[in-house]
Design a protein around this ligand. Structure first.
Ligand SMILES: [Zn+2]
Length: 310
């Protein structure tokens, strides 16, 4: 059934055709009304500061009694943070009168318990505007509205700085490699650590470079391959150090200085090659899907939210 919004518009309310919603203020309370075609109901919403109100429990109990008082009210609800709702069944020519009765009942409950409208974002009780973000109606204050507008503008304007980005990526992969080395100490090669290296790198690039691009992702992948090689070498040095330390007193630097000789031994080469092959394969396996989605995301223009204030 197609719910006719024009004919049910409560007196003094405004219909926003493009967003398919109604809004208006009754006795100081601003209401948003959204038709729910599938349920054949109107969702009457009040963004309200309920949580900090000392009468919260009594108010909610009293508010829910609206459902018992009026047969056309399907039910009432509270979302647990900032919205009380009345669901009005759509039944034909009485819809307008029913909506107005529900609004009057809800407004007097709010009045009685000193419940006021609040901003859907910051929850502050300040002057508010009805608005729609990506066609979802809400009540919003001036400062949250301008913040939202700035945010959508600023993500689009963010510039990429490759050099700080690369520095960030290097720091990131080094942090990630610590996990690789730690896991290697308990005898595992974990693809998840490879994933951590790649992603710490990309995060580092994004934080210091301002924006992650496809070029940035390629740099991070190359850096990750190199750092995995380095992490494998360090893990091996730690293993040698532990093994040798059982027999001799030696420092980790000494163990490191032996490494060029150690890695030339055939049995070590076998271990290194096996670790690296398994390590790289696991890393590719763990990161492939995620990398693919990030790769596609960075190519796109950042999603623009469509914000309208009424
Ligand atoms: Zn706000």
């Amino acid at each position: 059934m197609n719910m006719q919004m024009e004919s049910v518009l409560p007196n003094g309310f405004v219909l926003e055709k493009a967003q398919n919603m109604m809004h208006g203020t009754y006795r100081g309370i601003t209401f948003l009304i959204v038709p729910m075609e599938a349920e054949n109901q109107y969702h009457v919403q009040i963004y309200a500061e309920v949580e900090k109100n000392p009468n919260k429990d009594t108010f909610l109990r009293s508010f829910s009694s609206i459902g018992q008082k009026y047969p056309f009210v399907h039910h009432t609800s509270y979302n647990g943070s900032d919205m009380v709702s009345v669901y009005v069944v759509s039944g034909g020519q009485d819809d307008k009168a029913n909506l107005m009765a529900a609004i009057a009942a809800a407004a007097s409950e709010c009045e009685m318990y000193e419940i006021h409208n609040c901003c859907a974002h910051c929850k502050n009780v300040v002057p508010l505007h009805a608005a729609a973000v990506d066609n979802a109606p809400l009540l919003i204050c001036d400062s949250c509205f301008s913040q939202m507008m700035n945010r959508t503008g600023s993500t689009a304007a963010r510039k990429e700085n490759p050099l700080p980005g690369i520095i960030g990526a290097v720091l990131g992969v080094l942090i990630g490699s610590a996990l690789w080395i730690a896991i290697a100490q308990i005898g595992f090669i974990a693809g998840i650590a490879g994933l951590a290296i790649v992603f710490c790198g990309m995060k580092g690039y994004e934080v210091l470079g301002g924006k992650l691009s496809k070029k940035g992702i390629v740099i991070c992948i190359i850096l990750s391959c190199l750092v995995i090689l380095g992490a494998e070498f360090v893990s091996l040095a730690i293993a040698v150090y532990r093994e040798m330390n059982k027999m001799y007193e030696l420092t980790f630097t000494e163990a490191l200085s032996w490494m060029p000789e150690v890695i030339q031994r055939p049995q070590t080469i076998v271990i290194i090659v096996k670790d690296l092959v398994v390590g790289y394969l696991l890393t590719i396996w763990a990161s492939f899907a995620k990398l693919k989605s990030v790769w596609h995301q960075v190519g796109e223009v950042p999603a623009q939210h469509h914000i309208v204030r009424f």
